[in-house]
Design a protein around this ligand. Structure first.
Ligand SMILES: [Zn+2]
Ligand SMILES: [Zn+2]
Length: 329
């Protein structure tokens, strides 16, 4: 941003360039733009209805904290109740700092936070799980296991708390990155599934919503800085194993060269989603744990069996693990 950048609304000193508007905004008008854009997303796509009890999946990062902050702020106008659900994966030197940031904001907002621990749900922390994955030569990446476990805990916890919606902090950059990764892996079901809201879901699945779907990572960062929403700069130590990491860098490089690239990718994604057939629906109950699953045994139980020989033995051992491979988890 050059020294002469001025807000296009009022002419004051600009704080941010907004690619969607193709122009600069000052502090006041950026905050107004950002909040209005999120509120309009919630209303236009009917992400919530009056009477909803919305559980915000909070990691303690800037995106989820902003989602919590804004939903709480709009709760009166939207007629909703807001609570927070967090997952403690058991990642030493990372999770405790993020949970602290979350506790601080929750107190400031007067929102109750509920925490689910991998150790309590699966009998293993992520750090321990990564030890096992390493021994087995990283046949599965830490983020694959963590993602499946996190979704499981978030959904179960939110449902048990009586939540009617589960809001996540996914922003436009996340959506673009995930779309590109799904496309690279030819994972068509993933492309179709990852929209602004989940299809009404099935028995036991809390419908998911993404209020930050149309704002960029950089805009969220600017907003948190302006509003004093703080989170420590610690990164998950396992990010180095994720394909996400290089994809994110690449997308940002292209965006710098060609502003608006991310919006064009999102547009392609929406067109693709409309053109593709709906994935086969139908939710059943996992025969092992009773949670919703598209297959007789859910992915969380399959991963648990893969990581824990005792759990696998209880379920019929190797036969089950070979199914994990057959299904291409
Ligand atoms: Zn202005
Ligand atoms: Zn299960």
């Amino acid at each position: 941003m050059g020294r002469t950048a001025r807000c296009f609304v009022c002419g004051s000193k600009a704080v941010a360039y907004v690619p969607y508007l193709g122009d600069y905004l000052c502090r006041e008008h950026f905050v107004e733009y950002f909040e209005r854009r999120v509120l309009e997303t919630l209303k236009t796509f009917r992400l919530v209805e009056p009477g909803d009890r919305v559980a915000v999946a909070v990691s303690g990062g800037k995106d989820s904290l902003t989602t919590l902050y804004l939903l709480k702020r709009f709760s009166g106008e939207l007629g909703i109740e807001v609570i927070g659900v967090a997952v403690d994966e058991g990642i030493a030197g990372y999770r405790e700092y993020k949970l602290k940031a979350l506790a601080d904001l929750a107190e400031r907002l007067g929102v109750r936070i509920f925490i689910g621990r991998f150790e309590d749900y699966f009998g293993i922390t992520l750090d321990e799980a990564v030890g096992v994955l390493k021994e087995k030569g990283f046949e599965y990446k830490p983020c694959s296991v963590c993602g499946v476990f996190r979704r499981y805990v978030m959904n179960k916890l939110a449902r048990e708390l009586g939540a009617t919606k589960l809001a996540t902090g996914h922003n436009l950059d996340d959506e673009v990155q995930v779309f590109i990764m799904n496309a690279l892996k030819a994972h068509i079901e993933g492309v179709v599934r990852e929209g602004i809201a989940s299809a009404t879901g099935g028995e036991g699945l809390v419908p998911r919503i993404k209020p930050l779907y149309f704002v960029t990572e950089k805009e969220v960062l600017t907003y948190t800085l302006l509003k004093g929403i703080q989170t420590p700069f610690v990164e998950c130590p396992y990010i180095v194993y994720a394909l996400r990491h290089p994809v994110r860098h690449w997308v940002n490089e292209v965006e710098d060269e060609a502003p608006g690239f991310k919006y064009r990718v999102l547009a392609v994604k929406e067109l693709a989603r409309k053109a593709l057939p709906e994935p086969p629906g139908g939710v059943q109950k996992c025969v092992v744990c009773g949670e919703p699953s598209s297959k007789p045994v859910c992915k969380a139980c399959l991963f648990r069996a893969y990581l824990d020989p005792e759990f696998a033995a209880k379920l019929g051992g190797l036969k089950l693990i070979s199914r994990l491979r057959d299904e291409g988890v």
